[in-house]
Write a protein that binds this ligand. Structure first.
Ligand code: NAD
Length: 368
């Protein structure tokens, strides 16, 4: 059998720095766990623009559609701020998401005990937190028509349209239920069915999918505004939160920040399954290219490393190896390893991006 394929798009700024550590970890799994990947590297964002005059070359897009999973670092930076909108680095990322039809965005909010003091919430509310937000990513109010700014009488009106088809709700609901079965087996679906027809349809379809195919998963429904309150009041009540594009944008940022630094947050975006049953998938840290620290060895590689752990679990069905990697990260944090972004008030000496890679690799060795 041939090895699974990974396309690595390190991108701009700290992207290549954090991805450098992920590459070492990928090699480790090949050498020590008999889990080899065929890895190909290519350009995205500003780096692709510099070489090709476009933030995503057609050949790279074709490779992304072929690969079993895509790992992306970060795109953008001040050098590209003045570029025309059509060739800005972010357009490369948007094209990937659109053409891979990545409709299900997974954003975990997980609190490592060693970092519980970083949260703005009380430690007991946050320690051990492990929730997953599933956000619909390709429809809803960010894409619905009509949209625009129009003349109406003697003033202008700004219009966006919240629009969901039953099939769009159906497929993202399935992705949340499948995910819940691999975790705590609970889904809380959030919308505003009290004031929005699209919310009424959302609730109906989610319930229908549940009753037909996932009756074993515990399902509840909540209005999204109450969901926001509950997230900061008692976040541990949730396992998987399923929500639309707009509410998901806000709720996932809110949930992520419960846990502290941007340098810790992974994400996955999944599409429809290929012929072999694997969903099209893009894994990336939530953070950007961090131009303020680029090239200084200060970047925290953990968000990108945990994104690879998600790839192991969701694209390659290697849940045990994903847990091994997550436990290695947990161990080095418990032992006090900190990049600069994780330095609390107690002070100490931060370690570099590469040193964080070193200690995680050592913890992986120790796990054998
Ligand atoms: P950013 O996420 O790059 O940085 C925000 C702050 O967090 C900075 O102070 C940065 O130093 C810090 N930070 C981020 N990641 C870190 C890490 N791994 N380790 C340590 N510190 C980290 O957001 P920004 O400054 O608003 O944007 C910078 C550029 O990145 C812009 O061009 C923006 O468009 C782009 N961006 C890209 C993505 C993406 O590629 N998905 C996401 C957000 C922003």
């Amino acid at each position: 059998m041939s090895n699974p394929t990974l396309l690595i798009l390190a991108g701009d700024g700290i992207g290549p720095e954090v991805m450098g550590q992920v590459t070492r970890i990928i090699d480790w799994f090949g050498e020590k766990r008999d889990l080899a990947f065929d890895v190909e590297h290519d350009l995205v964002g500003g780096a692709a623009y510099d070489k090709h005059g476009t933030p995503l070359h057609d050949d790279t897009m074709a490779k992304a559609l072929e690969a079993d999973a895509v790992l992306l670092g970060a795109v953008g930076g001040p050098k590209y701020d003045a570029l025309d909108f059509s060739v800005k680095p972010e357009r490369g990322l948007l094209r990937l998401r659109k053409e891979m039809d990545l409709f299900s965005n997974l954003r975990p909010a997980q609190c490592f005990d060693a970092l519980a003091d970083f949260s703005s919430l009380k430690k007991e509310l946050i320690a051990g937190l492990d929730i997953m937000i599933v956000r619909e990513l390709t429809s809803g109010v960010y894409f619905g028509e009509p949209r625009g700014i129009f003349e109406e009488g003697n003033e202008r009106v700004g219009i966006n349209t919240q629009r969901y088809t039953e099939s769009e709700i159906d497929r993202v609901a399935r992705s949340a239920f499948e995910l819940a079965r691999r975790r705590g087996n609970k889904v809380c679906s959030m919308e505003k069915a009290n004031v929005m027809e699209s919310g009424i349809l959302w609730r109906e379809v989610v319930q229908r999918v549940h009753d037909a195919d996932y009756p074993d998963v515990e399902l509840s429904h909540m209005y999204a505004d109450n969901g926001a309150m509950q997230l900061v009041r008692a976040p541990k009540q949730f396992d998987v939160i399923l929500t639309d594009n707009l509410f998901g944008d806000i709720l996932s940022d809110c949930a992520a920040m419960l846990t502290g630094s941007l340098g810790m947050l992974p994400s996955a975006s999944l599409g429809a399954p290929n012929a072999d049953g694997r969903p099209k998938a893009l894994y990336e840290p939530v953070h950007g290219s961090a131009p303020d620290i680029t090239g200084q060895g200060k970047a925290n590689p953990i968000a990108c490393i945990l994104s690879f752990a998600m790839a192991l679990r969701y694209s390659f069905d290697q849940g045990e190896e994903a847990t091994r990697l997550e436990k290695a990260v947990e161990k080095v944090l418990a032992d006090g390893a900190r990049t600069a972004d994780l330095m609390g008030e107690e002070g100490g000496t931060p370690i570099s991006t590469t040193e964080m890679g070193d200690v995680i690799l050592a913890a992986l060795d120790a796990s054998l």
